[in-house]
Design a binder for this molecule. Structure first.
Ligand code: 5AD
Length: 440
């Protein structure tokens, strides 16, 4: 039986794509392995959103190509976003690579592997495919053979926004949404095998169905999935702040299974830079969305993404970002140094910010965020919260791990019988990344 090792870089969409590829290959008789040394097929599912992600996968592949000299039979493949952007160039840069498969062609892997077993001739496929948004629906069991408690469900592919820093429209193509009944059916099936929580995934979920339906298609989808009996919790990511119209805010009031957490990528607190990024909102309109969500669901958890060092960002612009972070008090924030991406408008802007300044701003903002998050987490000590137990803690298998509705990870003591259960947990201590608690 041939063994496959898949390494995933980047976002949750990539994780989900890798899961689907794993399920597809498992159904064809491949065995998944978490050790690359004994794998017959090694696939890197890549990310292109920043240069560092690109470099990581390229370095990894260079070291694998080295290994291949000892084991020439092994198949090496690039999947996903970097494959899509670099295509055949990857074969030229890295001899030893057998497969380059783009973001709309994952489901052809079994057939490509068959071809490679029959004859070793490199295969590059980065074509667009109509209907590929519906091709990603297989799910895998966890490492212990259990169905997972939580699952990702891909609802759409692509993004039609034109944020000037972002490569994603080039890697993922234009927006294409799956029909509501198909998504609901996938959720029903997941629930029937024990899944309690689903996260609806897409590059810009708030645009779901916009190309085919009306303005509120995403809220219709949320409502339809919410009504699946046996589903306990519903999440989605990533939305665009612009997508939080009154109907979506109202959904936070009306849909009790919809968890009180929202990822609201602000990118910067400066109106000038927001405009240069073509984000389509202002600092004020963003803050109004935060306020509306907090009114609709008091205690809602808020997360964000921030880029420091976008071209032309001045000390004053950066100060506006610091002030916004202070004002909102995020529960989670991902911080990035601007990384020019070839072919995106911002890469060609004058006034690129120096590496030193980016690093300095990154340090300052990270400190502020860490202090804020630690303080907010400390305030949760003593509270009793609902936790969905996902299984053993990956870091400490003697403990259980679960999440609150506000998306905080919680470590607690307890037996395997709690897996998949919603339990009340009293928080006893907290650090910046994790809450610790006990069953009440
Ligand atoms: N440089 C730095 N960060 C970026 N992101 C997207 N493109 C870039 C880039 N060129 C960040 C944004 C986005 C997150 C997924 O990655 O903050 O929300």
């Amino acid at each position: 039986m041939k063994k496959v090792f898949i390494k995933t870089y980047g976002c949750q969409m990539n994780e989900r794509d890798s899961e689907a590829v794993a399920a597809l290959l498992a159904a064809r008789g491949y065995r998944l392995t978490d050790s690359e040394t004994d794998a017959d097929v090694i696939l890197l599912n890549t990310c292109s959103v920043r240069d560092r992600a690109d470099q990581k996968a390229l370095n990894k592949m260079a070291s694998l190509a080295h290994l291949k000299r000892k084991r020439p039979a092994v198949v090496l493949g690039f999947l996903g976003c970097m494959a899509q952007v670099r295509g055949v160039g990857l074969l030229q840069d890295l001899p030893g690579v057998d497969l380059v498969v783009g973001t709309q062609r994952f489901h052809h892997l079994p057939e490509y592997l068959d071809r490679l077993w029959a004859a070793r001739q490199p295969i590059v496929d980065v074509a667009a495919e109509a209907g590929s948004e519906s091709a990603v629906k297989d799910h895998v069991l966890d490492v212990n053979g259990n169905q997972r408690v939580t699952a990702f469900v891909s609802i759409m592919q692509g993004c039609n926004m034109q944020c000037t820093f972002c490569i994603v429209p080039a890697t993922r193509g234009p927006e294409r949404s799956r029909p509501i009944p198909e998504i609901v059916e996938e959720v029903r099936q997941l629930v029937s095998v024990g899944v309690k929580e689903v996260t609806l995934l897409g590059q810009i979920v708030t645009s779901y169905g916009r190309m085919t339906g009306g303005k509120s298609e995403f809220v219709k989808l949320l409502t339809a999935v919410h009504d699946v009996p046996g589903l306990e919790r519903l999440r989605f990511t990533s939305p665009h702040p612009k997508g939080f119209g009154d109907d979506l805010v109202q959904a936070y009031r009306d849909l009790p299974k919809l968890c009180e957490y929202a990822h609201l990528p602000v990118q910067t607190g400066s109106d000038r830079i927001l405009k240069a990024m073509k984000r389509g909102y202002t600092r004020d309109s963003y803050l109004r969305i935060v306020e509306k969500l907090r009114t609709a669901r008091p205690g809602i958890g808020l997360g964000t993404d921030i880029i420091v060092g976008f071209p032309g960002e001045t000390d004053e612009d950066f100060a506006a970002t610091l002030a916004l972070v202070q004002e909102v008090g995020f529960d989670q924030a991902y911080l990035f140094k601007y990384s020019p991406r070839r072919g995106t408008p911002a890469a060609d802007l004058p006034n690129q910010v120096s590496r030193e300044v980016k690093e300095q701003r990154h340090r300052i903002l990270l400190n502020l965020i860490n202090e804020n998050v630690a303080r907010k987490n400390a305030q949760r000590v003593g509270a009793t919260v609902e936790v969905l137990v996902e299984g053993r803690s990956p870091k400490n298998p003697a403990r259980l791990f679960g999440r609150t509705r506000t998306n905080h990870g919680v470590v607690l003591a307890g037996g395997d019988d709690l897996r998949g259960r919603l339990v009340p947990v009293r928080i006893t201590r907290a650090n910046r990344t994790t809450l610790y608690g006990e069953l009440t």
